[in-house]
Design a protein around this ligand. Structure first.
Ligand code: F6P
Length: 380
């Protein structure tokens, strides 16, 4: 019987982190298991920096269900298998994972819950290979973790984008403008596509479909002929024109062996081109971190709670080296081996690290078909 478990939250934050933490802690407490949280993701694991999480004693994990962010922090630059350290005034990268393994063993943690996206789960798989009992929970607003139909945090991001589109609609209509909304999602267009449908956008440009700007122009002109002098466009940050490149804002410093591309700016590019080609005024709004912060939707609170309680249930059953997932609409789990690595079976493409996969929008997905059926232009 397990007695003591630990949680870490890693990668870019999402709404729902705390709801997962709370669900793990509550399920643990109901089974007489002690729960701890490493501070700032894998950084805390490396430094052996952790706190007790409880709803019964110090109340640290109580009242956190609607709270955005993560009460135990999170880190976007903690690849402990290739960690940045300063040695003799020089920056070098080292594999410090053995220190983490030692920390987990030394303090007697029976299981480690890793809340994170593809990069986090890749490290989780590697810790599992090193003999640590790991259970992953799929997080990211991008909804691109392989093998699951949905990640926690995604629904909130879509809701925020949808509200933004509703607001852009009224100002666009008033001033007869083209309103462009740039949303996040890196190399997967889930947020853009789903919010375009939810927010009644006319055009959605996603990374999976290299766009032809003339197709967007055609759609806008068709609307003008029908008496509609405004249009609403959603652009995913990773969308690129056919025969063109993605728009990059700069570089992140998330370590080596990870994707450090800082995406952003394509919304402005699209707005400028549409203005030039249609003669209508166009404005861009970049939604940015609004999509990640703040309170989770009811859907995300429930999904996060399901994921957290399932993860703890799996730990009690001794099923390790797995990721909680939603498969065919049902709460389930898969081996971390299926989620990361060069796994061609799942048809995913390379994600945040060379060895992690991401789930992208496929052309036969319901969302693509629905968007096309109702006349949303996807730029092709
Ligand atoms: O992966 C989540 C995400 O929000 C992406 O949509 C975005 O490209 C990226 O993180 C931004 O990362 P950072 O927090 O490093 O700016």
């Amino acid at each position: 019987m397990i007695k003591k478990v630990a949680i870490l939250a890693n990668g870019g934050d999402v709404s729902g982190f705390n709801a997962v933490i709370r669900a793990i802690v509550k399920t643990a407490e109901n089974n007489g298991i002690e729960c701890y949280g490493f501070i700032d993701g894998y950084n805390g694991l490396l430094k052996n920096d952790y706190v007790k999480l409880s709803t019964a004693n110090d109340q640290s994990a109580s009242g956190i269900l609607p709270k955005g962010g993560s009460i135990i922090g999170s880190s976007t630059n903690a690849n402990v298998f290739n960690y940045k350290v300063e040695e003799n005034g020089q920056i070098v990268y080292k594999d410090l994972s053995d220190i983490c393994v030692e920390n987990v063993k030394k303090d007697g943690f029976d299981c480690l819950f890793t809340l994170g996206g593809d990069g986090t789960q890749k490290s989780a798989r590697d810790f599992s290979t090193k003999g640590i009992n790991v259970i992953g929970v799929p997080k990211t607003i991008d909804n691109d973790v392989a093998c699951t139909e949905i990640t926690f945090g995604y629904n909130t991001a879509v809701s925020v984008a949808t509200e933004a589109l509703d607001r852009l609609h009224t100002t666009g209509e008033t001033h007869h403008r083209i309103m462009v909304l740039e949303v996040m999602g890196r190399y997967a267009g889930w947020i853009a596509l789903e919010s375009a449908i939810a927010g009644g956008a006319d055009i959605a440009l996603i990374p999976e479909i290299p766009y032809d700007i003339n197709k967007a122009v055609k759609k806008i002109n068709k609307r003008r002929k029908a008496g509609k002098q405004f249009s609403v466009v959603v652009v995913a940050e990773g969308a690129a024109p056919k025969d063109g490149e993605i728009t990059i804002m700069g570089k992140r410093d998330n370590g080596v062996g990870v994707d450090n591309t800082k995406l952003g700016g394509v919304g402005q590019v699209v707005a400028r081109e549409l203005e030039k080609l249609t003669g209508l005024e166009a404005r861009n709004t970049t939604l940015g971190y609004m999509q990640r912060g703040g309170t989770p939707t009811a859907f995300d609170r429930v999904l996060s709670t399901k994921y957290g309680s399932k993860a703890m249930e799996l730990a009690i059953e001794g099923k390790y080296g797995v990721l909680t997932v939603i498969k065919n609409g049902k709460l389930d789990y898969v081996s971390l081996e299926d989620v990361v690595g060069k796994n061609t079976k799942i048809g995913a493409v390379s994600g945040n690290t060379a060895e992690s996969n991401i789930r992208r929008v496929t052309m036969d997905h319901d969302l693509v078909k629905t968007a096309r059926n109702i006349g949303i232009c996807l730029g092709d």
